[in-house]
Design a protein around this ligand. Structure first.
Ligand SMILES: [Zn+2]
Length: 68
């Protein structure tokens, strides 16, 4: 596991699945609590709540992200 620093507050979040972005310190602060966070290729990967729900079955099925 890469030893990553916590993402900086204010760094825009972009959903890796649908491309939705969240900008602004308040909005990103809120999104950090609700978005799913993962690590991929040495960087943070974010997934917005709608995509998390849509892909819950895929996650539970342990399918590779390439299938998303
Ligand atoms: Zn999304």
């Amino acid at each position: 596991m890469a030893d990553l620093d916590e993402p900086d507050a204010g760094t825009p979040l972009v959903c890796a699945t649908c491309g939705t972005s969240v900008v602004g310190a308040h909005a990103t602060g809120l999104a950090r609590l609700t978005w799913a966070r993962g690590v991929e290729n040495g960087g943070w990967v974010w997934t917005c709540p709608p995509c998390s729900r849509d892909h819950l079955r895929s996650i539970e099925g342990k399918l590779d992200r390439a299938w998303w």
